[in-house]
Design a protein around this ligand. Structure first.
Ligand code: PMP
Length: 306
C-alpha cells in the first residue's frame, strides 16, 4: 500500500502548497498539514533548539522503534529538554500518524522542539516543548545510485567537535551537515564525507561510514564524533553473523582511498555503496561483493523483522 497523501518527505507535486491529505500529529492531536504550524517564537525555529529522529516503517511496522525512542530521549536529556510525553505515548502518536496517512511502507519524522518562548536563548524562556510526528514516505537516493554507488568528496566543513553539542545528539542543528552536503553538490559529487577536528574520517552528512579491507569491516568509533547510528549497529551485527571481523577504528582518508570496498548506512539510505572519494576509485570503482552481500542481508533482516 502507498500513502494516500502525495507527499514523500523528499518530493511532492508542489513543495510550496500544503498537501490536503497529509495529517500531522502535533501536541496531542492529528491535524491537516495546513494547520500544523510552528510559531516564529518556537526555539526550535529560532535556535535549532530541539531533537529529532528519522524512522522507517516496513510492512506496516515501525522498524527499530525502541532504539529510536531511546535515542530521542537520550538526545533530549543531553540538551536538557524534557519530552512532555512518555515513550508509550510517543509510540502511540507514531501509530496514529501512520494510520491517518495509510503509511505501510514509509518514513516517520519525529521532532521535539524547545517550544514557544521569549526571544533569548535561555532554556527557561521556552517552557512548553512541542512534539510533532510526520508520517509519509521517503526516497533519499534514486535506485540507480544503489546499483552504481556514490561518488563522494571530502568536505571542508568539519563534523561537530565532540565537545560542542555532541554529534551523538540528533539535534535540529544540522548546519554543518547541510553545508557539507552543499559542498558535495558544488563539486559534482553525490555525497560528502566529513572529517573531525583531528583529520579523522567521521561519516557522511546523514549516514555512517564503513570500509572493508581484506574481508574486515572498519567503521569509525563513536568517540571520534559521529551519530551512534541504529543502522550502523545492525550492520555491525550482520557483518559478524557473516563471519567477518568488524572493528571500530580511527580512519583517515588514506584508509578509504585504499579500501577494497566502502559503503554508508542510515535509516533512510539503508546501505548504499561508495565507489569513489576525491576522484580515487574505491576498489575497482564498482559496488563491492561484501557490500552487496550485506545489502541483501539487510533487506532480508528488515523483511523478517516486520
Ligand atoms: N549520521 C548522521 C549525521 C545522521 O543524521 C544519521 C541519520 N540520518 C545517521 C548517521 C544514520 O543513523 P541511523 O542509522 O540511526 O539512521
Amino acid at each position: 500500500m502507498i500513502a494516500a497523501s502525495e507527499t514523500t518527505l523528499t518530493s511532492r507535486k508542489n513543495p510550496f502548497a500544503p498537501d490536503e491529505n497529509l495529517q500531522i500529529w502535533m501536541n496531542g492531536r492529528l491535524m491537516p498539514e495546513r494547520e500544523a504550524r510552528v510559531s516564529v517564537f518556537d526555539h526550535g525555529f529560532l535556535y535549532g533548539d530541539g531533537v529529532f529522529e528519522g524512522i522507517r516503517v516496513y510492512n506496516g511496522k515501525i522498524f527499530k522503534e525502541a532504539e529510536h525512542i531511546e535515542r530521542i530521549f537520550e538526545s533530549a536529556k543531553c540538551i536538557l529538554l524534557d519530552i512532555p510525553v512518555t515513550r508509550d505515548e510517543l509510540s502511540a502518536a507514531m501509530r496514529q500518524a501512520m494510520q491517518a496517512n495509510d503509511v505501510y511502507d514509509g518514513y516517520i519524522r519525529l521532532l521535539v522542539t524547545r517550544g514557544v518562548g521569549l526571544l533569548g536563548i535561555s532554556i527557561d524562556k521556552a517552557a512548553c516543548p512541542s512534539v510533532i510526528v510526520i508520517a509519509a514516505t521517503i526516497q533519499l537516493y534514486p535506485p540507480e545510485l544503489y546499483e552504481r554507488g556514490l561518488k563522494c568528496v571530502t568536505a571542508g566543513t568539519l563534523r561537530n567537535h565532540p565537545s560542542t553539542t555532541s554529534p551523538r545528539v540528533k539535534s535540529l542543528n544540522y548546519l554543518n551537515n547541510v553545508m557539507a552536503k552543499a559542498e558535495a553538490k558544488y563539486a559534482g559529487a553525490d555525497e560528502a564525507i566529513m572529517l573531525n577536528q583531528n583529520g579523522y574520517v567521521t561519516e557522511g552528512t546523514g549516514d555512517n561510514l564503513f570500509v572493508i579491507r581484506r574481508e574486515t569491516l572498519f567503521t569509525p568509533p563513536t568517540s571520534c564524533g559521529i551519530l551512534d547510528g541504529i543502522t550502523r549497529r545492525l550492520v555491525m551485527k550482520l557483518g559478524r553473523k557473516r563471519g567477518y571481523e568488524v572493528k571500530e577504528s580511527l580512519l583517515i582518508r588514506h584508509d578509504v582511498y585504499s579500501a577494497d570496498e566502502c559503503f554508508l548506512t542510515g535509516t533512510a539510505a539503508e546501505i548504499i555503496p561508495v565507489i569513489s572519494l576525491d576522484g580515487r576509485s574505491v576498489g575497482d570503482g564498482t559496488p563491492g561483493p561484501i557490500t552487496k552481500l550485506l545489502m541483501g542481508d539487510f533487506v532480508e533482516y528488515r523483511n523478517s523483522a516486520s
